[in-house]
Design a protein around this ligand. Sequence first.
Ligand code: HEM
Length: 397
Amino acid sequence: MAVADAAPVVYDPFSWEVQHNPYPTYERLREDSPVYHNPDRGFWALSRYADVLAAHLDAATFVSSKGVTLEGNEVGQPLLILMDPPEHEWHRRVVSRVFTPRYVLGLEPFIRSVAAELLDQFTGSSGFDLVEEYSIQLPLRVASELFQIPASLRQSVHLLSDRLVARTPEGTATDDALSAMIELAALMHGLVVERRKNPGDDVISLMITAPVVDDRGDEHFLTDEELAHRFLELAFAGHETIARLIPNGAVALTWYPDQRRELVNNPLLIPNAVEEMLRWDTPSHYQGRWSTRETTWHGVTIPADQRVILVTGAANHDPRQYDRPGLFDIYRKSDRPVSFGFGVHLCLGANLARLETRIAFEELLARFPEWGIDERGIARLRSGNVRGLAHLPLVLP
Ligand code: HEM
């Protein structure tokens, strides 16, 4: 069904209108322009679920090493998300060997204790900012524990990570954000050097001592620089996304109070509700790629050497995949969601993200079964591809 609107759709992920509510634009992309071209910003966009999935699964045609954002500032950094096979494959293997589902599950008691500590201070209060005081704090504290960041450095890490996600009014990374990235990598490098002298049982220490066979067939121990970047991406890739998923989910539960009540009465429904939160208003709205050859989709040809973005947020609302996609439904059976990407770059932190978000809501709903929102205090984060709130003031009865 084509959407009845004479003017051709314009999709600019940096526009405030799109950041405020991208879903009407996504609908027009999927229906009228599933192979969209924006020559001004220099990108193509695929928005239908089946196309996004197919492109994720074809890592030879849609590579990541030429940037995964529209800005492309990140190119050249030795991060997993920016590597292509075969180099990507063995680097990723090192992480998956130590950052196993079992290891992650073992973090549950710690995560729960942090969530409880963060929330208990608001018992009896009239409300709190769910983002500033809860959803940002929880992943930061978990990452500090997971990677044994010394208490003396946590404040610097926190300040650097705040600077790291800062964006200009247009949503592009500020120069200071790029300096923060370099400072953070240097700090991580220092921690790696220290960890070599005094290894512990954290993920980084485990990676230091684990040899891997690289793509040339040689045995390889990770260098300090490689370890510092594994450290950086594991500690920070997930921080920003979990911090935004929790408030996006809390907004859904405010809009659907009957479903919130059902979760309070039956917390076993929370894991599926988290899947629905990931679909309904996912934090990571597009994944960037670069085309290595010409491809044709729905009669439209995307040439080689072009930036192509896979619009996860649009795919998650494709009615071809999800019945009545605009509705939030904690009973929905999510079918092969693309919220964590797919294929070779599938999110390495998906288990941790699911666990943290589940616990975040279990602890929140157990203490505060009802809340309202002070709409005057809501603020949206300005960002290219992370969709979420900077402030969400909850009002407690
Ligand atoms: C709600 C939370 C999260 C969301 C929505 C999310 C989303 C994603 C997506 C969409 C990708 C694929 C990127 C691409 O294809 O270009 C990705 C990759 C990745 N994520 Fe996450 N993520 C989350 C949490 C985390 C956490 C907690 C960690 C770390 C502990 C993490 C670490 C990574 C890493 C290292 C990659 C790169 C994997 C690779 O390139 O092989 N993520 N994530």
